[in-house]
Write a protein that binds this ligand. Structure first.
Ligand SMILES: NC(=O)c1ccc[n+]([C@@H]2O[C@H](COP(=O)([O-])OP(=O)(O)OC[C@H]3O[C@@H](n4cnc5c(N)ncnc54)[C@H](O)[C@@H]3O)[C@@H](O)[C@H]2O)c1
Length: 620
């Protein structure tokens, strides 16, 4: 109230001053101010409209399979023999064959790297405004073609359209928005303190593009997994060679055409982004083929191979690997919120999320209630072809054989005492019409079961009972992985306290996955979830060589010169001069520093008082 009164008083004084200075009445003055605000608003609006209209529009004609919900195509059975030089592409929720992409040889991969290198030499000199232009062209295309982008992803990976918009489009737009708004700020040279002895210097870090980034990505989000490294790598001034998964390569047709058109419209070199399709050999060729940095997103097992292969050329690697995230619920958490969020954490994208909830640690006091509420919802989830007639809550698994792997983990857990409350039934793809594994709910999961240790990467919610905060922290940390985590509690402080003790790269308090929506935050894990960070400020700067630069602050007044006692031939007071400097600059407190200054002066005034006279170099 007081603040409002003070503000009103200040406004009154301002108006009176204005009346005094302009000779206008106070009503006229207020009208003038309102008119100025409206005019400014209009200018801002016009500028915004104009700049939006000036973003070049790109057109990419989709094929029938890209544009239509229903297509007629032959069925494919995984493992069916195909030419060894191609990767078969099929829709995992209908098993319809979509076509083939080349399984590239190492020589082809190297040719693509070489092309990207040439293009990157040009792009590294591009301005930030040109890079923003490229991102805005992509953003505009995404806005105008959201449905096709989602349909292509749904067809390639089996996810429902809602999950495509959330997991593919929203996060990509958030990233582009962040890069356009804040990216430049973090890539501009950054001033650093020069230290004590170099007080006359100015110091800074410059962020130079690494050159060509080699990204290897998995199948779970075919659009975002490409756009995520692409937007950051190109914004940092690099070229990109991206190896997509053999289980989701078909969409590179549409997304690749979009990227080529955007590069052309932004005036960027056509070869700046290169796709690599194929199997592990092609991925290995990318790691060993001379790229300047490798971003590997995939399983822990393959991550280790990548790191070994990168060691030969000392190519730096970022490893974004598997996860087994803890989703902790305390007895006083808001169950209304938690239940729906937990369903998304477990079943979004049919559970194929590196940072999905895998272990649901629920407090003893609400354990039964949690299960009673969640079980009927899980049983009621509709699964099927996302582009079919009916609404679905859960799509297909993208990778052949994943249903069998998930089922093996479920069976092992049940054999060791877990209770199966929903799902858990394996149906071969031929019988189910697609690679479906039902949303599954397991209660009483405990250490010792395979599902406790191994990443599921499928639609299984494993629920675990606990009764003290220390116990839940120990349970959560009893895991080889450490990617994300979520803690739900009635008190934010308690949730924060638990989260701070978790061995994980990311923690969401009373939420799930929100750290990823904050694109300024780094993404990555600890332990077998990998190391280094992708995304956020750290990830963006990680795509650059941080170059330290130091120069004279006032070159005409002061520059580095070797002090006389240290000049060749060194003088007998050289060492004493050094010790006095050390004391003067770094002495812990004024007594030491004053002593250092006195010693320095003595050294300079009475150089002959120190040791033997500097003689000629005997060897000379
Ligand atoms: N931490 C993250 O950011 C993140 C994100 C998504 C998925 N993942 C993880 O990815 C895994 C699922 O994806 P996946 O099964 O496709 O992973 P994967 O490790 O089998 O394959 C990932 C990519 O690596 C390539 N590859 C295979 N062998 C290779 C080799 N020897 N050298 C180089 N590249 C090679 C594949 O062709 C594919 O493109 C899960 O473990 C999941 O947690 C992690």
């Amino acid at each position: 109230m007081e603040a409002v009164q003070e503000a009103a008083q200040a406004l009154r004084i301002l108006v009176n001053k204005g009346v005094e200075m302009t000779g206008l009445t106070d009503t006229q003055l207020v009208q003038l101010a309102v008119a100025a605000v409206v005019a400014l608003g209009l200018v801002y609006l016009l500028k915004d409209i104009l700049s939006t209209l000036l973003i070049p529009t790109i057109k990419v004609e989709p094929t029938d399979a890209e544009a239509k919900d229903t297509i007629v195509a032959a069925k494919y059975t995984p493992g069916q023999p195909v030419d060894k030089d191609v990767v078969p592409c099929y829709d995992p929720s209908t098993m319809q064959l979509l076509g083939h992409v080349p399984a590239m040889s190492a020589a082809e991969v190297r040719t693509r790297i070489a092309k990207a290198k040439e293009a990157a030499k040009i792009w590294r000199n591009s301005s930030f405004s040109q890079r923003r232009k490229l991102l805005r062209i992509l953003l505009k295309f995404i806005m105008d073609n959201t449905e096709t982008i989602c349909r292509v992803s749904a067809r390639d990976s089996g996810k429902p359209m809602l999950e495509a918009i959330v997991g593919e489009v929203v996060v990509t737009c958030e990233k582009i928005h962040w890069l356009c708004k804040e990216g430049e700020r973090y890539l501009r040279p950054e001033r650093r303190s020069a230290g004590i002895m170099s007080f006359y210097k100015s110091a800074r870090v410059e962020y130079h593009p690494v050159g060509v980034v080699g990204a290897i990505v998995p199948f779970n989000y075919p659009f975002h997994n490409v756009l995520n490294p692409l937007t950051a790598a190109l914004f940092a001034g690099n070229g990109l060679v991206i190896k997509v998964s053999e289980h989701a390569s078909w969409s590179t047709g549409y997304y690749g055409r979009m990227i080529s058109a955007a590069l052309a419209a932004a005036g960027a070199p056509a070869d700046l982004v290169q796709f690599v399709t194929g199997y592990g050999e092609a991925g290995n060729a990318l790691v060993t083929g001379g790229v300047d940095k490798v971003i590997f997103v995939g399983s822990t097992q393959v991550g280790k191979l990548v790191m070994r292969a990168a060691a030969d050329n000392l190519t730096p690697v970022v490893l974004e690997l598997g996860g087994k995230d803890a989703f902790i619920v305390t007895e006083d958490a808001d169950l209304n919120q938690v239940i729906q969020v937990s369903l998304k954490a477990a079943y979004l994208n049919c559970g194929q999320n590196c940072a999905g909830g895998e272990r649901f640690l629920v407090h003893d006091k609400i354990y039964d209630k949690f299960l009673e509420t969640v079980a009927p919802l899980v049983r009621g989830m509709r699964q099927g072809n996302p582009l079919g007639e009916a609404e679905v809550d859960c799509g297909a698994l993208c990778m052949p054989g994943l249903s069998e792997k998930v089922h093996g983990l479920v069976e092992d857990a049940v054999a060791r005492g877990a209770r199966l409350l929903a799902g858990g039934r394996l149906r071969p793809a031929a019988e189910a019409g697609g690679q479906f594994y039902p949303p599954t709910l397991l209660a009483d999961v405990r250490p010792g079961m395979k599902i406790w240790e191994e990443e599921v990467f499928g639609p299984v919610m494993s629920v675990v009972r606990w009764s003290s905060d220390d116990e839940v922290v120990a349970l959560a940390n009893d895991c080889p992985f450490g990617l994300g985590s979520s803690v739900f509690a009635g008190s934010q402080a308690r949730a924060r306290a638990i989260a701070s003790r978790l061995e994980a790269g990311m923690s969401a308090i009373n939420d799930f996955g929100t750290t990823y929506m904050c694109q300024s935050l780094p993404f990555g894990g600890v332990k077998h979830s990998g190391f280094d960070r992708f995304a956020g400020v750290e990830g963006l700067r990680g795509l650059c060589v941080p170059k330290s630069v130091c120069e004279d602050r006032l070159p005409l007044l002061m520059k580095s010169s070797i002090p006389p006692p240290w000049q060749v031939p060194v003088k007998s007071n050289a060492f004493a001069f050094g010790t006095s400097l050390v004391a003067m600059f770094y002495g812990p407190g004024l007594i030491y520093q004053a002593r250092g200054l006195a010693a320095l002066l003595h050294c300079l005034v009475f150089p002959g008082a120190y040791g033997k006279k500097a003689g000629k170099n005997k060897a000379a």
